[in-house]
Design a protein around this ligand. Structure first.
Ligand code: S3P
Length: 178
């Protein structure tokens, strides 16, 4: 059994994932972090030098690998579920939680996070900021909806409070002993 976090950038998948892994005493995998360590490049550098398609190939390799694990929490990159094969692999023996928030709130969080801000590539040429997030949200809404078992709104909530909600959902869905 594994717990998979999906959702747009800025929803706190990595932060909440770490909290949950500690609470569950499970391992934690962050697909963006593993990918960057393996490539010895930032995501932004990969997008700039190799293009998005190459990034997605690298991402699929990492996702397919970590999806085989159990007793693990997996924080995915926001676009990891664009590949239907990744959705199939991630959903196998898993509880998939979609973290969501209003794009303006996501932009507020992302722009405050200066370190990771520098390593994030542009995803939709011609748009940026909250507008880019709004477009991504619309484009991906049905993909996230099909991939998830549950959706959790993160707006205005601490990582601990979000983790509490997710653990409760896992119990009510019979994914954890009571
Ligand atoms: C992406 C989200 C990023 C990262 C890459 C592409 C996306 O991950 O994988 O920049 O397509 O939404 P985070 O969601 O962890 O920022």
């Amino acid at each position: 059994m594994k717990l998979v976090l999906i959702g747009l950038r800025g929803t706190g998948k990595s932060t909440v994932g770490k909290v949950l892994a500690e609470r569950l005493n499970w391992r934690f995998y962050d697909t963006d972090t593993i990918l960057q360590e393996r490539a010895a490049l930032t995501i932004r550098q990969i997008f700039e030098t190799e293009g998005e398609a190459s990034f997605r190939t690298r991402e699929t390799a990492v996702v397919q690998e970590v999806a085989q694990t159990s007793d693990a929490v997996i924080a995915t990159g926001g676009g990891a579920v664009l590949n239907p094969e990744n959705v199939v692999a991630l959903k196998n023996d898993a509880f998939v939680v979609h973290l969501s928030a209003d794009p303006s709130e996501l932009w507020r969080r992302i722009s405050q996070d200066t370190a990771s801000h520098a390593s994030r590539p542009a995803l939709l040429p011609g748009t940026s900021g909250p507008e880019e997030l709004r477009k991504l949200m619309l484009a991906r809404a049905s993909i996230y909806a099909q991939a998830r078992d549950a959706e959790v709104d993160v707006e205005g909530r601490t990582p601990d409070a979000i983790a509490d909600s997710i653990l409760l959902l896992m119990r009510t869905h019979g994914k954890l002993p009571h």
